[in-house]
Design a protein around this ligand. Structure first.
Ligand code: COA
Length: 275
């Protein structure tokens, strides 16, 4: 059985056979792996469309609590938009390509289930943009990050100019985009682009530990945090604070809030049911 078919078989609710993705579930953690290692997992339109479908399926599947996004092979998370495809785009096709990437990444960013990027090797161009749309980024110490589009005579088109500025600030965003040189994982962490950096042989263990922690947490509270942080960032302070109040109040209607507070008071570990 070829790997993609095995992955589809393992995946509870994805009856879809993806050409460029592997999808597998481990408990409530769904791993979506971009699987074009011979092209360093470059994002062509087909891959963008498959990612969009896979993330939609994960959002709609109640048994999925966390998504891990990874790239196949040792060399790259994703080495960018597919340059062979990019080279042929007319301006109208380029608009559609940019919008497809932006829509996918906005969907990931606005997902109310946490998405963790597992970054090994290169995360360049569209790969960096994809990673930045995830909620947490865990990288191997040899990872290389960057926005090298300037070297191709274009600019980041999947939200990179905006997310990089918001995550790392204007000075770093301008440096990375204008000069196009990649940075190492240590600098990425110092700039706030990476949450954790670990030796490559500990990458899976670290990603798994974080994913398991998120999978065991109270999902309504996780969703409230994701929505308040992401949607709140697009609002003025007062509506954002009001949103936080409503999300906080919603948590107080859940069995998990009762369990979490009682477990603390009874000096035991909480076991959240997701209700
Ligand atoms: N789009 C399409 N194909 C890509 C790609 C991309 N973004 N990045 C790598 N590839 C392909 C290469 O063309 C090569 O394919 P081939 O074996 O059929 O020739 C294969 O992946 C391996 O890449 P290669 O360049 O041989 O590996 P390397 O280790 O020498 O270099 C990089 C790695 C990441 C430095 C280099 O591939 C690179 O600069 N990629 C482009 C990065 C970029 O500009 N991204 C932004 C795009 S908008």
């Amino acid at each position: 059985m070829p790997p993609a078919t095995i992955a589809s078989f393992l995946c509870r609710s994805c009856a879809v056979d993806y050409q460029n993705l592997l999808v597998a579930d481990r408990g409530a953690v769904r791993q979506i792996t971009i699987n074009r290692p011979d092209k360093l997992n470059a994002l062509n339109l087909q891959t963008l469309q498959e990612l969009d479908a896979a993330f939609r399926a994960a959002r709609e599947d109640a048994s999925v609590r966390v998504v891990v996004l990874a790239g196949s092979g040792e060399k790259a998370f994703v080495a960018g938009a597919d340059i062979a495809e990019l080279a042929t785009l007319s301006p109208v096709q380029a608009q559609a390509f940019s919008r497809a990437g932006q829509s996918l990444m906005r969907g990931i960013e606005r997902s109310n289930k946490p998405v963790v990027a597992r970054i090994q090797g290169f995360a360049l161009g569209g790969g960096m943009e994809l990673a930045m749309s995830c909620h947490l980024r865990i990288a191997a110490d040899k990872a290389r990050l960057g926005q090298p589009e300037i070297n191709l005579g274009v600019i980041p088109g999947f939200g990179g100019t905006q997310r990089l500025t918001r995550l790392a600030g204007r000075a770093a965003a301008l440096e990375l985009c204008l000069l196009g040189a990649p940075i190492d994982a240590a600098r990425g962490q110092a700039l706030g682009l990476l949450n954790r950096v670990v030796p490559v042989d500990r990458l899976d263990e670290e990603v798994q530990a974080v994913a398991d922690q998120l999978a065991a947490a109270a999902p309504v509270a996780l969703a409230g945090i994701l929505d308040a942080v992401t949607l709140g960032a697009d609002c003025a302070m007062d509506p954002a604070l009001e949103f936080e109040t409503q999300a906080f109040a919603l948590c107080c209607s859940t069995a998990d809030m009762h369990e979490g507070t009682q477990a603390f008071l009874q000096k035991r570990k909480a076991v959240f049911s997701g209700r």
